[in-house]
Design a protein around this ligand. Structure first.
Ligand SMILES: *[C@@H]1O[C@H](CO)[C@@H](O)[C@H](O)[C@H]1NC(C)=O
Ligand SMILES: *[C@@H]1O[C@H](CO)[C@@H](O)[C@H](O)[C@H]1NC(C)=O
Ligand SMILES: *[C@@H]1O[C@H](CO)[C@@H](O)[C@H](O)[C@H]1NC(C)=O
Ligand SMILES: *[C@@H]1O[C@H](CO)[C@@H](O)[C@H](O)[C@H]1NC(C)=O
Length: 580
């Protein structure tokens, strides 16, 4: 084991501010400057820094392209999107090295990875891609990133760029903690963000920005909840009326080119996209084009039929639904399978009453519905499998409906309580999205309207169902494998924060997501405990998160503040501490 940086006496903000904390790190106190004369090599050959390099498009994953893009973003973040950390240093202090003196430079960065198979970029299965890397920066100015895969190199580049700050003079960049030696790898293979683009539409640019931020945090999954009962923004060329009628506006759709671009953009950042078409509930928007396939759309009062208007579920005993899904999957899945290993078929919150309105069923009896649902899932999961993808579902199918899911199916758990233990106990691989910790829209009040009558009185002061808000501290304090046996914990692939978008659009997305998602990101990468098995202290975590926030801001993301400047400028962690 390498010596750890963060001994209890080294909590001052001038120590390494890396986020997520590397698993093993040692560092010194030598200042090195960096400028664009740095010589970069990849696999022994020179790699020239091309600002804003965009890798060639196409469903071909080439390690050299991945690394050229990664180097371009890293150096861009150092030279063009960096920040002067005055807000993180004591007021009035001379925290910067003297740029007029003789400077020692970072002269070289040697990049290499041992696996040359080009296999890590597209279609990574959890646990299959090695994201580990080793990083060194010597006092002599020679740096290196050694990884197994190109994705591991990308993680190492994110670490590298976090070492450097901009000087107040605007044309020098430096680190104060050379020499640095790091060995790093994630604890959990699945570290994701869910974005709902059906309740409110998001542009491709918004999605790109979110995927960028995911990669800055060394997270690796983008769960694209693309359709729901409110709108259908996904173009399916074989069923053109779906989005033509189901989108909020004909212009607010994702074309096949958009879908391919988003997958490629993500893959080049070591992020895999998992698209979800939620069914058989949460699919009411299909009725705009195919009303004969849907029951319970816009039924009132909605809460007898679904958990949020406008409701709408597939008929569960209707051959036309099956024909529709065959056409849809035949169109969609072959376009996704070059890029990803997963497809999410949803399955949450199916209200039994919906099938009472279904002529082919006419019952809300579980015993009647379960076999129909089982068949629905079997047929559609076989379609997913035939396309070479692993099905992912929400937990209700396994727990509430007790369906027989294949052992390959990954279950996403959101309802909290004992669900994770039960699911992993049954042998399922699980993605943790417990709403008590990982649901980011919570605690901002109800979005529904209440007239001045009974409902107004009943729901005043209009608290939402999953209030209170999940602060980064709460998210950070949550251990997704708490209370599990080792066997059960080994089935937890990781976690995903969820952004359901009743009241979130491009204006508040960044601040709602970041840096709270970063908190989960560190827990899943670095673990909850420090080197001696203690919970990491907020005294140590907060300054690093504040640093990351400033860096995300400088890189173009409207991430929320972690603390007021008074606290971030404090050199004594006790200044903003609450002591009982
Ligand atoms: C740097 O670290 C060395 C070794 O720990 C120590 O002796 C020296 O005083 C430190 N220098 C500064 C400027 O803090
Ligand atoms: C189904 O509808 C009945 C009213 O007909 C209602 O009392 C019941 O709560 C509904 N069930 C669910 C699960 O919403
Ligand atoms: C099933 O429907 C009946 C009749 O509307 C209703 O009373 C009952 O609450 C429903 N059951 C469930 C589980 O929703
Ligand atoms: C870490 O904090 C959690 C509460 O978030 C607590 O349950 C647990 O006992 C703590 N563990 C240690 C080792 O202090």
């Amino acid at each position: 084991m390498l010596p750890r940086l963060l001994s209890p006496l080294a909590l001052l903000p001038l120590a390494s501010a890396l986020w997520p904390a590397p698993r093993e790190i040692s560092s010194g106190n030598t200042t090195l400057f960096i400028d664009k004369s740095i010589k970069i090599t990849y696999g022994g050959k020179p790699l020239h820094y091309v600002p804003g390099y965009t890798p060639a498009a196409g469903p071909k994953c080439d390690d050299t392209e991945v690394i050229k893009g990664g180097v371009s973003r890293a150096l861009g973040a150092i030279f063009d999107n960096n920040f002067v950390p005055w807000m993180l240093r004591p007021k009035g202090s001379t925290f910067e090295p003297d740029a007029s003196e003789e400077k020692h430079l970072v002269k070289t960065l040697k990049i290499s990875h041992s696996d040359k198979s080009n296999s890590g970029c597209y279609k990574p299965v959890a646990d299959e891609v090695d994201e580990s890397y080793a990083f060194k920066l010597g006092e002599d100015g020679h740096a290196s990133i050694d990884a197994k895969t190109a994705i591991g190199v990308l993680r190492g580049l994110e670490t590298f760029l976090q070492l450097f700050y901009e000087h107040t003079d605007g044309h020098h960049w430096y680190t104060t903690i050379a020499p640095v030696e790091i060995k790093d790898a994630p604890l959990f293979p699945y570290r994701g963000v869910l974005l709902d683009t059906a309740r409110i539409f998001f542009s491709v640019k918004d999605i790109e920005r979110t995927i960028d931020a995911i990669s800055w945090n060394k997270m690796n999954r983008f769960h694209w909840h693309i359709t729901d009962s409110q709108s259908w923004p996904l173009d399916i060329p074989a069923l053109p009326e779906l989005s033509a009628k189901g989108a909020y506006h004909p212009a607010l759709t994702y074309s096949p080119e958009d879908v391919a671009h988003i997958h490629e953009f993500a893959a080049h950042r070591g992020v895999e996209v998992i698209m979800e078409v939620d069914m058989p509930g949460h699919i009411g928007s299909v009725q705009f084009a195919f009303p004969e396939l849907i029951v319970a759309y816009n039924e009132i009062p909605f809460h007898w039929w679904c958990s949020e208007p406008p409701c709408g579920a597939f008929k569960l005993n209707e051959p036309a639904v099956d024909e529709f899904l065959e056409t849809m999957f035949d169109d969609l899945l072959p376009r996704l399978s070059p890029y990803t290993s997963y497809f999410h078929t949803g399955g949450d919150e199916l209200n039994r009453n919906d099938s009472m309105l279904d002529d082919g069923v006419g019952s809300n009896d579980t015993e009647v519905l379960r076999p129909l649902l089982q068949k629905f899932i079997d047929v559609n999961h076989d379609r997913v499998r035939k396309a070479g993808l692993v099905p992912v579902v929400w937990e209700e199918l396994a727990l509430e409906w007790d369906l027989d899911l294949g052992s390959d199916v990954i279950v996403q758990s959101w309802l909290g309580g004992k669900a994770i233990k039960t699911l992993t106990g049954k042998g399922h691989k699980v993605i943790v999205s417990d709403y008590n910790y990982y649901y980011l829209p919570c605690g901002r009040g109800q979005w529904m309207d209440y007239d001045n009558g009974e409902a107004f009185k009943k729901f005043y002061p209009f608290v939402d169902w999953c209030s209170p808000a999940k602060s980064w501290k709460l998210i950070y304090a949550y251990d997704p494998v708490a209370g599990l046996t080792e066997e059960e914990a080994s089935k937890v692939l990781g976690g995903e924060v969820a952004v359901w978008t009743e009241r979130i659009d491009a204006t508040n997305l960044d601040g709602l997501l970041w840096p709270r998602a970063s908190a989960m990101g560190e827990i899943l990468w670095s673990g909850r405990y420090d080197e001696v098995g203690r919970n990491r202290s907020q005294y140590e975590v907060t300054p690093r998160l504040a640093d990351l926030r400033e860096r995300m801001l400088a890189r173009g993301l409207a991430a929320e503040p972690v603390q007021m400047t008074f606290c971030t400028q404090g050199d004594d962690p006790l200044e903003c501490a609450r002591i009982v």
